[in-house]
Design a protein around this ligand. Structure first.
Ligand SMILES: [Zn+2]
Length: 218
């Protein structure tokens, strides 16, 4: 699983795992040096956007908020929990290290009773903290063709000054939202079938229309 997530941290490159990196004789002469084999398996822009999404898992919006408070370095992750909390997963990475943690019980009838973020997340955090203790905190690199935009957390539109919760997200150039949030902004909302808000439940959409119906047309 760590191998599968590594390309997200590695600009879309898959690197074959190496167990033995180097062999020397008693005099320090090199007898063997492993070759690093990497191949591009993912568009670097897609890898960067996936990383950006997975960074939100370890933010206040995600299922592993506690991990972010324990690590003073950028990290992205995915939590996983099976039915009835029988198994717990946590797969996370920094720009220089990927770590996968699994917790389960040999007897599936005895669940561990905790989610991936709760059970496996702290183990991941402890390992990363120790393994990278002497390494600088690296930032995830953003390739060309990617731009950032601040969006409304609730609607996904461009953030307006009135949006109570916003976050920055990465987009491929030319694909970021271009309209300001109609729920919290000053512009009167225009709903259509192509509008992302049409994906919301009718109940939520109706309440949005109702709350804005009292606003004057610009
Ligand atoms: Zn908003």
């Amino acid at each position: 699983m760590a191998l599968a997530f590594a390309p997200f941290a590695n600009g879309g490159k898959r690197v074959e795992p190496i167990f033995i990196t180097r062999i020397e004789d008693r005099w320090g002469r090199k007898l063997y040096q492993a070759k690093v084999e990497a191949r591009q398996v993912l568009d670097p822009k897609n890898a960067s956007i996936i990383t950006d999404i997975l960074r939100q898992v370890v933010s206040r919006w995600g299922t592993a908020e506690d991990v972010s408070t324990r690590l003073a370095r950028p990290v992205a992750a995915k939590t996983g929990s099976t039915q009835n909390y029988t198994d717990a997963w946590f797969i996370g990475y920094t720009p220089d290290l990927v770590c996968s943690v699994y917790i389960g019980n040999d007897d599936p009838g005895v669940p561990i009773g905790k989610s991936g973020g709760e059970a496996a997340g702290p183990i991941f955090a402890d390992f990363i903290e120790e393994a990278l203790r002497d390494r600088p905190a690296l930032s995830f690199q953003t390739p060309r063709g990617i731009e950032r935009a601040e969006i409304c957390h609730e609607t996904g539109y461009l953030a307006s000054p009135g949006c109570p919760n916003t976050r920055w997200e990465l987009f491929k150039s030319g694909t970021r939202p271009i309209h300001e949030c109609p729920w919290h902004g000053s512009t009167f909302p225009i709903f259509s079938h192509s509008d992302p808000l049409s994906l919301f439940s009718s109940q939520v959409k109706d309440s949005a229309l109702e709350s804005h119906s009292e606003r004057p047309l610009p």
